[in-house]
Design a protein around this ligand. Sequence first.
Ligand code: ADP
Length: 210
Amino acid sequence: MIKLTERQDKILQIVKQNGPITGQEIAVKLSLTRAALRPDLAILTMSGKLDARPRVGYFFNENYEVKRQAEKFLHQQVIDYKAHPIVVDKSTAVYDAIVQLFLEDVGTLYAVDSRGHLAGVVSRKDLLRATLGNKNLHELPVSVIMTRMPNIFTIRPDATLLEAAKKMIDNHIDSLPVVKEVEEQRNTYFLLGRITKTTITRAYLEIMER
Ligand code: ADP
């Protein structure tokens, strides 16, 4: 996105509030000549921020504003929107994991190993599947039913919400663990947070309402 000059910003505001408005009328409001404004108006129309109609004048391009807001939203970083991860030890019994899911009111739990490194993802469906059959849910550890490393899709804190959204949609999953790689160890991560489809929706609403 190109950075506007202070004068171009002023023109944009004037058109937003008063449009459709002629170049001459804008010039009067800014105490400038029409000729002095010409390059600015050319830049604003060429970049799509303003539209111009002969004999009507300049008016604000609402589509541009929507696009600008959407871009702003999509380029936000994961680190600023991540939620707290709900973590269980991978030896936790499925029964206790289900209780935890309700207590914390989340859809996904992350399992960690004894060193605190991400070991697995336990989703609602994983837990539901485990309840089918005659397994002893008090004995069965989540490590048996979870999706394990290295099959976990993760996201880094400096990634954008767009990357996170795309990763969730492409891989048909509801959440992504936000991770930091443990130094020198491939596929070994510390858990920093989580990004869910709800996080993305909330960020979208927040930015659009601002
Ligand atoms: P739900 O079970 O509520 O539909 P998901 O769609 O997120 O939740 O999970 C579907 C499957 O994908 C589950 O088996 C789960 O373990 C797995 N899964 C969830 N998140 C991830 C992830 N980030 N990486 C890899 N697999 C995942």
